[in-house]
Design a protein around this ligand. Structure first.
Ligand code: HPA
Length: 270
């Protein structure tokens, strides 16, 4: 019980008896939104016995519970990536914990490379659908029927009503949104130009190394999901220049504020 989603939720509840309505995952370079949470209580992943800890740059590795946009939220300031060596079960564990705390809606963010050549660095892409190219599904293994069913439907993985809300909110605050399909690779190497050409043919608009396992897990346990990619760089081969981790973090610093405003506006209207 101790190292189950239910067990970790019980431990967190001891520190902070608080029922969040929404869960938020802050991606690479987007952790700043956490600082806006009112009356925040922080629970470091490292203080939960046996809980996996994130090592990726720009990821703090803690839950923050508090109020944002007038809503009770639990936020992951730092996610766990498959490329860090975590098992898929560990990658999705925090999502399940947030569900067990009571969150019914998940808003996920990430930094991604733009595959669609009409995109520019700094664009915010509303994820309409995804392609799982990680070679793994996080639900492989015994199914926990208390969480969800064996074969969860993914037809509406990104809730249409939340996407409509996001578009309305973006319009209200004057934020330009683009829309598209997110393709997830395992990483940690970036893609080759040939892979990016292939992914474009497959229908992908952006590429990254996260989010898809968490979205699958969230759908499995009955959460409504909304997700955004901050286009931090154009994907390999498009600009004929090497990709760097620094540009990914820099895009977060520059355009993260706009993404934060959008998420707060969406929470207000949830
Ligand atoms: N590829 C994969 N992951 C990424 C990228 C990219 O170009 N940019 C940010 N995360």
């Amino acid at each position: 019980m101790r190292d189950t989603p239910q067990g970790y939720a019980a431990l967190i509840r001891e520190k902070c008896p608080f029922v969040p309505e929404a869960a938020i995952i802050l991606g690479s370079g987007l952790g700043e939104l956490g600082e806006q949470i009112e009356n925040a209580v922080a629970v470091d992943y490292g203080t939960l016995p046996g809980f996996p800890v994130s090592t990726a740059p720009g990821h703090k590795g803690r839950f923050l519970l508090g109020t944002l946009g007038g809503k009770a939220v639990v936020c992951m300031q730092g996610r766990l990536h498959y490329y860090e060596g975590h098992s898929m079960a560990d990658v999705i564990l925090p999502v399940r914990v947030m569900r067990m705390l009571g969150a019914k809606t998940l808003i996920a963010t990430n930094a991604a490379g733009g595959i669609n050549t009409s995109f520019s660095v700094g664009d915010i892409m509303l994820i309409e659908d995804h392609i799982n190219f990680m070679g793994k599904n996080p639900l492989v293994g015994a199914n926990d029927e208390t969480l969800g069913c064996r074969f969860p439907d993914m037809s509406f993985a990104y809730a249409p009503e939340l996407r409509a809300l996001a578009e309305r909110c973006a319009g209200e605050i004057g934020t330009q949104l683009c829309k598209g399909v997110y393709l997830a690779c395992s990483g940690p190497s970036y893609e080759t130009p040939a892979e990016i050409r292939a992914f474009r043919t497959l229908g992908a608009d952006a590429v990254g190394m996260s989010t898809v396992p968490e979205i699958i897990a969230a759908n499995h346990c009955g959460m409504r999901v909304l997700a955004f990619s901050l286009i931090s760089n154009m994907a390999a081969g498009i600009l004929r220049q090497p990709l760097t981790e620094e540009e990914v973090l820099e895009a977060g610093r520059q355009k993260g504020v706009e993404m934060q405003r959008l998420i707060v506006e969406i929470l207000r209207n949830l």
